[in-house]
Design a binder for this molecule. Structure first.
Ligand code: NAD
Length: 276
């Protein structure tokens, strides 16, 4: 594959760019994931709550691509937190995906006031020890949640998948992750395509490189070291979003994009989000 890997803190290789399938209905996921695999993506990011693990699994099975060439991520939903519930939910996800293991399993949200993410993570550690997950991690964890996991459990999370794009650059979180050896994975890397791709500074850099604004934003992430999982169901955009490994932004371009930070979330605040 044309996508270079990053090495996670347990030695597992993860493609730095993958395909996200949030909001893709199950019956469209098979087509969208098939288009992504055809375009060269080898990493797919789904979640139990997305309701499209089955469609994703069908596309994987139909592709004929060797399992070890793929990197499949899914996530444990909030209502399944707790040790026993996690073990059961993992079996359900694996069956829907039609797989014998996943490459990365994430706690979708911390729900700190419920106080269950440590027990949940201990179930992740068991599944990891049993060889059913190659790397375990979290999503939407704030620094104090990560700190608690690191203190109370044995496996440092391989990944924290957080909202991250030029309008929400997450400097403090990225710094903490780097100190702890946790990879930063950016969700909504394109800012959900809402407004960010029309920002004049980004459009100007796109014109300069004869690229699209989406490609410029993805390059910015990659050059910072973030893992990215852009989503699209449009085959031409699916191809465009992976066609970002034959050019580079210069320091001036990077600085212009880094100046766009507004610390502005599109999604929920992890400190309080508890949708079940
Ligand atoms: P994104 O930033 O990837 O933006 C996707 C949208 O941008 C598309 O729907 C389309 O409207 C537009 N777009 C995509 N490619 C384009 C292109 N080349 N040109 C113009 N417009 C383009 O947003 P996302 O889907 O929210 O995030 C990506 C993935 O991150 C999700 O699919 C999911 O896998 C993951 N995610 C995780 C969480 C979490 O809580 N862990 C939350 C949100 C998303």
């Amino acid at each position: 594959s044309q996508v270079p890997p990053i090495i996670l803190n347990n030695g597992v290789e993860m493609p730095q760019l993958g395909f996200g399938v949030w909001q893709v209905p199950d019956d469209e996921a098979e087509t969208a994931v098939a288009a992504a695999l055809e375009a060269g993506y080898r990493s797919i990011d789904t979640a139990a709550i997305y309701g499209n693990e089955a469609g994703t699994g069908k596309a994987i099975a139909a592709s004929g691509i060797a399992r070890e060439e793929l990197f499949v991520t899914t996530k444990l939903w909030n209502s399944d937190q707790g040790y026993d519930a996690t073990l059961q939910a993992f079996d359900v996800s694996l069956a829907k995906l039609g797989l014998e293991y996943v490459d990365l399993y994430l706690i979708h949200w911390p729900m700190p006031s419920k106080g269950r993410y440590v027990d949940t993570y201990k179930a992740f550690e068991k599944l990891h020890a049993d060889g059913r997950i190659r790397a375990i991690g979290v999503s939407n964890f704030l620094t104090d949640h990560l700190q608690r996991l690191i203190t109370e459990t044995s496996v440092i999370p391989a990944v924290n998948q957080i909202e991250l794009h030029p309008h929400l650059q997450q400097h403090a979180a990225r710094g903490f992750h780097a100190e702890q050896g946790i990879a930063t994975e950016a969700w909504s890397p394109l800012g959900q395509g809402r407004g960010l791709l029309e920002v004049p500074a980004i459009v100007a850099i796109a014109q300069k490189h004869n690229r699209t604004p989406a490609q410029i934003v993805l390059r910015w992430h990659l050059q910072l070291g973030n893992v990215v999982i852009p989503k699209s169901v449009t085959p031409s955009r699916i191809r465009e979003n992976i066609d970002v490994f034959d050019f580079s932004l210069d320091t001036e371009d990077l600085a212009a994009i880094s100046a766009l930070n507004e610390d502005r979330r599109l999604g929920p605040d992890p400190a309080v989000f508890e949708m079940a």
